[in-house]
Design a protein around this ligand. Structure first.
Ligand code: ZN
Length: 312
């Protein structure tokens, strides 16, 4: 295919308590909330988007805070780890910060020649801070406590855990344009050259693994990035021709989406760059108002009553 997947667009995960999720990602991690909206398919639940100043694709982590859903656990057919790129020399800062905020983290380790610091969010979601080998010149969001020398720059990678390598690998290589560049044990690394960052997908093979429970502390889906709707439709045709079931185009207000389950069981989305998060709020005010899609605007009163109040 001549059309390209431009790495990761966003990753969506599930949390329990909305306030705790908001506090962790904006205060401890120092991300900007770029959109506060609802789950379009379940408007009684928030949909939070955390990213950098503008919510650049490749730097957007989103959550459905389903309060009371209970704790999930990872298994096969899921995205099981999110890697954030951080500047060289920043891991001491982050270790101190995680200690100070009683965040659970593991020893620094090395993977494919890169140093990483694994940690979990308050719901138990697996994340890691990774010092990339290559240049990452993305501009981070800064807060009073977290400056550019430490701040996350956006995604480094996502890890998928599956039982069989070949069919999932074929989607990444033959359809998405990734290539396998390395293997360490049961971890296989795929990269696309179409973009310099957020360009890595790792597959961890667990041949005898079991499905997890998709609830708080697990990922819901992984969205890959395309530049526009014409490119997106080319992927729609290609995936249909391979016999995969894929949704038609869905308007998510901030991007257009297609969803399909890759053969290993992970829910994939293909999302467009356009129109972006400033479509219904000025840049300076991103994330400060509850934004509803027009199909739910008529229910604003009821929705606002149902949603928990989030304190800044
Ligand atoms: Zn999504």
């Amino acid at each position: 295919m001549k059309e390209h997947i431009l790495g990761l667009h966003h990753i969506t995960a599930i949390s329990d308590d909305a306030q705790r999720n908001y506090d962790f990602y904006t205060k401890v991690m120092g991300l900007r909330m770029v959109k506060k909206t609802v789950n379009f398919d379940d408007p009684g639940t928030y949909h939070f988007y955390f990213g950098n100043e503008t919510g650049t694709p490749g730097a957007i982590l989103t959550f459905f805070p389903w309060e009371g859903i209970g704790k999930g656990h990872n298994g096969t057919g899921m995205a099981t780890e999110i890697g954030y790129s951080v500047p060289e020399g920043s891991l001491v800062f982050w270790t101190d910060r995680f200690n100070e905020h009683k965040i659970s983290f593991a020893e620094q380790t090395e993977r494919f020649g890169e140093i990483l610091l694994p940690f979990t969010d308050p719901d138990g979601l697996n994340l890691s801070l990774i010092i990339p080998k290559g240049l990452d010149d993305r501009k981070p969001w800064e807060t009073a406590e977290i400056k550019a020398a430490q701040a996350t720059k956006g995604f480094h990678s996502v890890t998928l855990t599956i039982r069989h390598l070949d069919d999932t690998a074929r989607i990444l290589t033959d359809v998405f344009g990734y290539r396998q560049i390395a293997q360490e044990g049961k971890r296989y690394r795929f990269v696309t050259d179409a973009v310099p960052t957020a360009s890595i997908v790792d597959i961890v093979l667990e041949e005898n693994g079991h499905p997890g429970r998709n609830a708080a502390g697990t990922n819901h889906h992984v969205a890959f990035r395309v530049k526009d709707e014409a490119t997106q439709m080319a992927f729609h045709e290609k995936l249909l021709s391979m016999g995969l079931r894929i949704t038609s185009k869905i308007n998510r207000d901030y991007f257009f989406s297609l969803y399909f389950r890759e053969p290993g069981g992970v829910l994939f989305e293909i999302a467009t760059d356009n129109p972006g998060f400033t479509v219904d709020e000025p840049l300076a005010e991103l994330g400060s108002h509850l934004k509803l899609p027009k199909q739910h605007e008529g229910l604003r009163g009821e929705i606002e009553k149902k949603l928990p109040i989030i304190k800044k």
